[in-house]
Ligand binder design. Structure first.
Ligand SMILES: NC(=O)c1ccc[n+]([C@@H]2O[C@H](COP(=O)([O-])OP(=O)(O)OC[C@H]3O[C@@H](n4cnc5c(N)ncnc54)[C@H](OP(=O)(O)O)[C@@H]3O)[C@@H](O)[C@H]2O)c1
Length: 401
């Protein structure tokens, strides 16, 4: 492929698709011809010529003249089918769909190997922050120890407004939904799943380990109240939803959990919809990457950068994944390398002590009870926290100390 004028088809013309369309039309460097745009709803008004739009994915996938298919849709299984078929039909693929990529990573890795086609997805984690290629290329020879980040703009926006405006969760969430910072159904964001999909993708490129969404502990902010924010503030701390991945001997600790962050921490001042990722290497020490983690144009610009990378035949070499695979008898390393056997110190706010019964509480450091708020700070067996992952019946707010 060369950069003369590449031929691109888009799937999805929502927030990201339209953002890409705008940035492509403003790009002076990348000359791209948008051949077709695949969408779902025939009743929707479109801001582009009707001849560009199709509702039949085969109108795009069966073409012979396309260089790149850009997948930016919200239907996970359909996005997987599109990415897989496009590569099998000889096209390179750019995707922004973190849930699809994290859910079907192993299958899509195999399709890339079988077809030799590229699947790249900078926009899928960290929005406009160029983190995936950085982890893949720059840190290739570096002994990376850990990464952690604020990876979800919606939850960071909610946490920031709760703290700065002394507001409770429900009020801020409603405002965030009204102003477009939160989805009508915010569950994937507030329960931590969006952060988890991104953490899985970052772990692939940081360490070469491929984890499945069901394996990764994911606790969110859906049960937070202003009492928790007040507690943090009294201690000079802020609460942030953190996705983290760290080496632990020959295994990895990968999980998503709210965490108290101190003033000295780089992540303390990451506010509103901003995202940040901090990487720690053996020789480079800590380095941080900050930027808008979502939104139409920021994500569109990351997708544009991927399309541009394809013009010089870029593809992920997956050096760390392949290295770990060689050490793992030829099998892609996954769940067996996840370290779940440790204790972690957490703050748990609860209503009734009965709610704590399924946690492996090993040592209570502090206990506070009042007619309004009850909490403990305790060392808890990490594995027992999984019972609260995506559990709509759980009322606990759990935050790592
Ligand atoms: N929004 C962000 O800031 C952001 C950032 C990074 C990554 N992402 C990811 O990017 C993807 C798109 O997100 P978005 O925010 O742009 O969503 P969106 O605004 O809701 O738009 C979704 C688009 O997908 C199309 N679509 C849905 N199901 C389809 C199907 N079965 N076949 C064809 N088209 C279908 C929709 O078609 P209609 O127009 O016909 O409804 C719409 O154009 C998601 O995977 C999301 O996780 C989003």
């Amino acid at each position: 492929m060369n950069n003369e004028k590449i031929s691109v088809a888009l799937f999805g013309f929502g927030c990201v698709g339209q953002g890409l369309y705008d940035v492509l039309n403003h790009s002076e460097v990348l000359q791209a011809n948008i051949a077709r745009i695949g969408v779902k709803d025939p009743k929707k008004q479109r801001s582009v010529d009707a001849s560009l739009i199709t509702y039949d994915k085969d109108d795009i996938l069966n073409r012979q003249d396309l260089d790149v298919v850009v997948e930016m849709i919200t239907d996970t299984d359909e996005a997987y089918a599109i990415a897989k078929t496009a590569m099998n039909n000889g096209m390179n693929v750019v995707s922004a769909s973190k849930k699809m990529l994290a859910t079907y990573f192993a299958e899509l890795f195999k399709v890339q190997e079988d077809t030799g086609k590229a699947l790249i997805y900078e926009g899928a984690a960290g929005g406009s922050i160029p983190i995936i290629r950085t982890l893949e290329e720059y840190y290739d020879n570096e002994l990376l120890g850990s990464l952690r980040g604020i990876l979800n703009g919606t939850t960071n926006y909610i946490l920031t407004r709760m703290e700065l405006e002394n507001k409770d969760y429900g009020d801020v969430l409603k405002d965030a939904q009204a102003s477009g910072f939160a989805e009508a159904d915010p569950w994937l964001d507030v329960a931590g799943f969006d952060t988890m999909y991104k953490t899985i993708l970052l772990s692939v490129h940081a360490f070469g380990v491929v984890l499945k969404p069901e394996d990764v502990l994911t606790l969110g902010i859906q049960n937070i109240s202003f009492d928790d924010i007040r507690y943090a503030r009294e201690k000079g701390l802020r609460i942030k939803l953190i996705g983290s991945a760290a080496k632990s001997a020959d295994k990895f600790r990968v999980y998503v959990m709210p965490r108290f962050i101190s003033k000295e921490d780089e992540l303390f001042n990451i506010l509103y919809e901003y995202n940040a990722i901090e990487v720690e290497g053996a020789f480079s020490c800590k380095q941080s990457f900050v930027g808008k983690g979502a939104g139409s144009h920021p994500t569109g610009s990351a997708v544009l950068s991927d399309i541009s990378a394809l013009t010089y035949n870029y593809k992920y070499a997956y050096k760390k994944l392949n290295k770990l695979r060689a050490l793992n008898g030829g099998r892609i390393a996954g769940n067996e390398l996840l370290d779940k056997k440790f204790t972690t110190r957490v703050y748990i706010r609860f209503g009734d002590k009965e709610e704590l019964r399924d946690l492996d509480i090993q040592h209570v450091v502090e206990e506070y009870r009042s007619p309004k708020v009850n909490f403990i700070i305790a060392d808890v067996g990490f594995e027992s926290l999984y019972k609260h992952k995506g559990n709509k019946d759980s009322k606990l707010f759990i935050c790592e100390c």
